[in-house]
Design a protein around this ligand. Structure first.
Ligand SMILES: [Zn+2]
Length: 301
């Protein structure tokens, strides 16, 4: 991303109604996402990164989902894929990341925010996108279509289990967040430092542990709910319900399990599996809300 400020300004002005000068805008760089396995055990495929590179140009960012910062928006006007052949990911692939240039029009209302970005306080970024495939690294199953039993973070015959996110269908937003999932995403060029004190490290480690535990609980819960779906036999309705279970979050799984257990006493041979509206929902958005799931990251460059 070695472009001088004038070149960047020219590219920026392609997105604005009138020409802005360097005094009027605040420019900053960020890493949106990469191909490293993140805290959720997910990573992007090369094809997904390439698609995200195209789709994120022109996309607006938001800050902390805070209503007070409604007028504090930034926009990406340039993206670039960077490859680091000498740096390998945990999966043993050359590290690649999606970098972006963003701008804000300087106003009285966003002066504090700009100071925070400059100081490295606002540096962690998450993106929201929809992906159409989540591939298991162990068996190649697409979790959105035919889930497998492999658990992310575990090793199977020496192969680490993680999910590769592929087939990007849409991108929604990017935002600064408190705790990102992707370790390397975030603002990369700031005037200040990137403070990362011991307290932050402890909180981050605790967050990692909590996520890992939640993953394991959710996997176990999901298997339990699937078993309940099939308790009256493997009919089409049970299968549809069991399939939808793969896309539910923990809260949805708990609700469904409760409703399945309430109806657990079969009064006739007739299946009583009527999915409620919640279970019929297909969550294809991960953030990454991508698979609509959120991929989040922290800048540490
Ligand atoms: Zn698998």
């Amino acid at each position: 991303m070695e472009q001088n400020q004038d070149q960047l300004l020219e590219q920026l002005n392609a997105f604005t109604r009138r020409k802005h000068t360097l005094d009027e805008v605040y420019l900053f760089d960020l890493i949106l996402c990469d191909n490293e396995i993140d805290r959720d055990g997910d990573c992007f495929s090369d094809a997904a990164l390439a698609e995200l590179q195209k789709r994120f140009v022109g996309v607006t960012g938001i800050f902390d989902h805070n209503p007070k910062s409604a007028n504090q928006t930034a926009r990406i006007f340039r993206t670039e894929l960077r490859t680091f052949p000498d740096r390998l990911t945990k999966a043993g692939k050359p590290y690649r990341c999606l970098a972006a240039n963003a701008y804000m029009v300087r106003t009285a209302g966003n002066a504090d925010l700009i100071r925070e970005i400059d100081a490295g306080i606002k540096k962690e970024v998450s993106i929201s996108c929809a992906c159409g495939a989540r591939i298991c690294s162990v068996c190649g199953a697409d979790h959105l279509r035919k889930p497998c039993k492999h658990i992310k973070g575990r090793s199977y015959g020496g192969t680490l289990c993680y999910t590769t996110l592929d087939q990007i269908n849409d991108v929604y937003e990017w935002s600064f967040v408190a705790v990102p999932a992707q370790r390397h995403a975030g603002v990369t060029k700031t005037l200040g430092g990137t403070p990362d004190d011991a307290e932050t490290a402890i909180l981050r480690a605790a967050y990692d542990d909590a996520l890992h535990l939640l993953d394991r609980v959710s996997d176990s819960l999901r298997r339990d709910v699937i078993r309940l779906c099939y308790r009256w036999g493997e009919n089409a309705c049970a299968k549809a319900l069991a399939d939808s279970v793969q896309h539910m979050d923990t809260a949805e799984l708990l609700t469904l399990r409760q409703s399945l257990m309430i109806g657990a006493e079969p009064v006739s041979a007739k299946p009583q599996l009527v999915p409620d509206q919640r279970t019929a929902q297909q969550n294809t958005v991960q953030a990454f809300s991508c698979g609509g799931q959120q991929k989040r990251g922290r800048g540490d460059e």
